[in-house]
Design a protein around this ligand. Structure first.
Ligand SMILES: Nc1ncnc2c1ncn2[C@@H]1O[C@H](COP(=O)(O)OP(=O)(O)OP(=O)(O)O)[C@@H](O)[C@H]1O
Length: 452
């Protein structure tokens, strides 16, 4: 597999390019300055460099000169938003094999890369972006699968783990966005395991669970006597995670004051325990998770925009279980195996009706709910297979054409919301499920102020 180095200071653009080339079967690294590029080239094999022209420290031309001075014959394609002919000509004179104007046209780039890789390629017949190497790329992404972890085979899962594999080795702050129980913490651990920090600590903090007054001490530690109740010195999570990864779950729950302190710690890479006058240098990678819309929280003024940008250099969106149908039975059987081991049972699987019910259920609580339901069913099952009898929870969802009981307005509103969730917000199907026509559903959405 050919290895490509992208030198680009626009992180989002670099990441996009990296993802795309990764899918084409290249092994891609991305750095954002010339000095980092030099370090990378000294440490790793690079077959081709794609470099921006203007970078924060120096420009692509300097990189070319440096390569020449070090007799490194690595083909380099200049990418430039300022497709000015002068710089391009100068770059080519200095040994760049080509240049391409930004925004880059994908086909044109692939063609130029092909050209650039040809002369030095040891095995030219092995086209780097053939479907064969695409497969190799996918296979790479599943290495390290441990028995307590399942990725899934749906498109949504493949896309998610493609991103996880891309972002893990970087130092980027990752924000994992998704509904409760979708596996956000699992993904955070995965990012840590696949990073260079894997041997260092992974410290998880549930920001929703720590009392407001104690949050700063949890993060940064305190010295004995610094406040009532500080009976001993305490090491905060940042110091404990030094060299490793800190995972802040439900980050939207942090108070405004703690957000300010957190931002400072991230910007300056230094923390000061409460009551101490000594600052401690820390090197921590941040992964955060939320199930709320932080952009809305910013608009409401409850979440700081500057912190949001700090924690969100890369966003991962967790798919809901109902949107990864191909994975439902995989996970159900996986949780069954886990429960078998845990409860010392030997069930074989789910019978046909049970499997159908698993597939039809909407899983509002996602993987966590499924794991609990399967564990309970495993405990209850008398025979070799789990049947509908052990899956009574699955019967509680709104059933088709039940007709909507006009109990009270709140109950009706909740039922509409539930039906919408269960149908992936498809109004026609939700109306069907509720036993009312579409028009009535629209009227009720308006009446209850339900916005989609
Ligand atoms: N990929 C996976 N493979 C196997 N089990 C998983 C996977 N993802 C999640 N789980 C299981 O589902 C449960 C819920 O996952 P997790 O706690 O990561 O979800 P979450 O999105 O962080 O939830 P919350 O928002 O409620 O904190 C975990 O206890 C774990 O057992």
């Amino acid at each position: 597999m050919k290895s490509i180095l992208i030198v680009e200071d626009d992180i989002t653009y670099g990441m996009m390019l990296k993802t795309w080339l990764g899918k084409k079967g290249f092994q891609v690294s991305s750095v954002s300055s010339i000095s980092r590029a030099q370090k990378h080239i000294e440490a790793e094999t690079v077959d081709l460099i794609l470099s921006d022209l203007r970078l924060p420290d120096r420009d692509g031309i300097d990189l070319l000169k440096w390569l020449g001075e070090h007799s490194l014959h690595i083909p380099l394609i200049i990418m430039t938003s300022y497709a000015d002919i002068q710089s391009a000509v100068q770059a080519i004179k200095l040994g760049a094999c080509d240049y391409i104007a930004k925004p880059v046209n994908p086909d044109e780039l692939l063609k130029k890369m092909d050209e650039a890789l040809k002369p030095s390629s040891a095995a030219p017949q092995q086209a780097a972006h053939s479907s064969g190497t695409d497969k190799a790329f996918a296979a790479d992404s599943t290495v390290d699968a441990s028995s307590d972890y399942l990725e899934g085979e749906s498109d949504a899962a493949k896309q998610l783990y493609n991103y996880v594999n891309l972002v893990s080795p970087t130092n980027m702050s990752v924000l994992i966005n998704g509904a409760s129980g979708t596996g956000k913490e699992y993904v955070a651990q995965r990012i840590h395991k696949l990073s260079r920090r894997a041997k260092q600590p992974f410290i998880a903090i549930d920001c929703g669970a720590i009392p407001k007054e104690l949050a700063a001490s949890e993060f940064f530690g305190h010295v004995k006597g610094s406040f009532t109740g500080a009976l001993t010195d305490k090491t905060g999570a940042f110091a404990a995670a030094n060299g490793g990864t800190i995972f802040l779950d439900e980050i939207g729950n942090l108070s405004y004051e703690v957000q300010i302190q957190l931002l400072r710690a991230l910007q300056e890479r230094k923390i000061r325990p409460i009551g101490s006058n000594k600052e401690i240098q820390v090197d921590v990678r941040l992964v955060s998770a939320t199930n709320e819309n932080l952009e809305q929280a910013i608009e409401k003024g409850t979440f700081r925009e500057d912190l949001y940008h700090r924690i969100n250099e890369f966003t991962l969106r967790m798919p809901q279980l109902k949107d990864r149908r191909e994975d439902i039975l995989l996970f159900a059987n996986f949780f069954l195996d886990q429960a078998n081991r845990e409860l010392d049972k030997h069930l074989i699987g789910f019978d046909e009706k049970a499997s159908k019910a698993l597939l039809e259920y909407q899983w509002p609580g996602n993987l966590r709910q499924m794991k609990n339901i399967v564990r309970r069913a495993t405990l209850l099952a008398q025979d070799k297979f789990i049947t509908l009898n052990e899956l009574s929870e699955l019967q509680n969802q709104v059933t088709p054409s039940a007709g909507m009981p006009l109990r009270n307005e709140e109950a009706e509103k909740q039922q509409i919301i539930e039906a919408l969730k269960q149908t992936g917000y498809n109004k026609s199907r939700a109306a069907q499920l509720l036993g009312i026509d579409r028009k009535t559903l629209y009227n009720k959405l308006k009446l209850y102020g339900i916005e989609l």
